[in-house]
Design a protein. Sequence first.
Length: 482
Amino acid sequence: MLDYLLTTMVEIILSTSLIIVLVLLLGRTLSRRYAPKWRYWIWLALAVRLLIPFNLTAPQPLVQIIPPIQEAMIPQKTAVDKASAPIQSDKNGNPVPAVTAAPNKPMSAQAGIALLWLSGAGGVLIYHCVGHLIFMSSIRRWSRPVGEQQVLELFSHSLRELKLDSRKVKLRRSTAAPSPMLAGLLKPTVWLPAELYSDEEYLMIFKHELIHYKQRHLWYKLLMLVVRAVHWFNPLVYLMVREANKEVELVCDSEVVKGTDIGYRKRYSEIILSMIRRPPSNAASLSTPFNGGKQMMKQRFAGIFDRRKKHNGVGAIVTAGLLLVLAGVLVACSTTAPKSDAIQEAIEAATQYKNTEYEVAYSSDILSVETIQQRNDQMVPFFTEYFAEKAVSTRYTGLPLQVAAKQQASVTSDNLELSLSEDKGDVIELKYYVDLVLLDQAGAEQQRVPLEGILTLFDVEDQWLVQGDRFDSNAFMKLVVP
């Protein structure tokens, strides 16, 4: 599961990064034709996509056909006993135990990457959230209700003009506020600094901040903060978030000056210009300060005085969405192909192992030391070092020999079917179903015993080796100890 999530994250990063680069490169050109909202919505769509931890395409085919093996789910005839040993001993006292599951592996590379990612994401969130809380604590500490009746009436007028509920947005003044701003996700408040403004300036300020509230820009910025935390390692995401926060102000400015004359736009720009000497707020990630950096101010002025009629950018948004979907499909196809190859290689290794394990020719000396040693030499190459040691020491490798000796028959396999149970990247579990066939000296079938179990295979230096084999104990018990 962890391997799948990491792989999916890489796919998402590659596909979204392509769109981010395209929007950044074409942004200035397209902005001449389209209103600021087109980039605002594209950044929003990309942010949402970056937070969805799965692709629309399946991580692997629902039905996988790998000639000459046909995959099928194991029929639920009997449950696999994972805890108990299948056979304690035969009549001669020879132990025939099942090999238990392998011990837990040390932390994998995937787990290490996941831990590093979580640490980075947590660090970014803590840094910004703590900074915001400290800032807001200072703002509240040095705040007071607005007492000027004229200012309150202007605020009420702005609320009515935008059709907003006066009970949901508060107005306060704080000497710690660097500029007029909207802050507070759950209790939104328009904060005014200590400076006093003219009536027209108040109306412009209130309209600006209340548009932020009406269009839920604080929640938009929270989403961008979460995206930046989740993808803290991706510099393109930092650029996207920076541009998205700029678009919030540009969109708001365009709404404030919509339908106004050049004089109104000039006076509105003068208010913004008067704030330029003030440093931007340290809590800008979760607030909408009226001021900003010099570069930001230049972009805002250009947008405010741009009176050309522009398109909404629906076509650009749809095109970006289609590119995002197409990029995701292409990346998913290219990155999931190796995983399918790995599963096929594991199934082929398991097939060779099972066919070799259940192929025994009966002879009178089948349990001799030499025969058992030959058997060990034959089976050990299929095992990991850990499993080989356990299998030899517990005489697990000699189990089919004991079946042949007890039944005085040769052993072979038939109808072997394998299917994927779990894929953990470098560890794959396969369900298997096989018929154990006993043959007399003439090669005629004497008995057919259905077996089922789960194989655990490890990827060891690009080779799939058996690390565990959990199977139904009752079937072997009947063959070795009648």
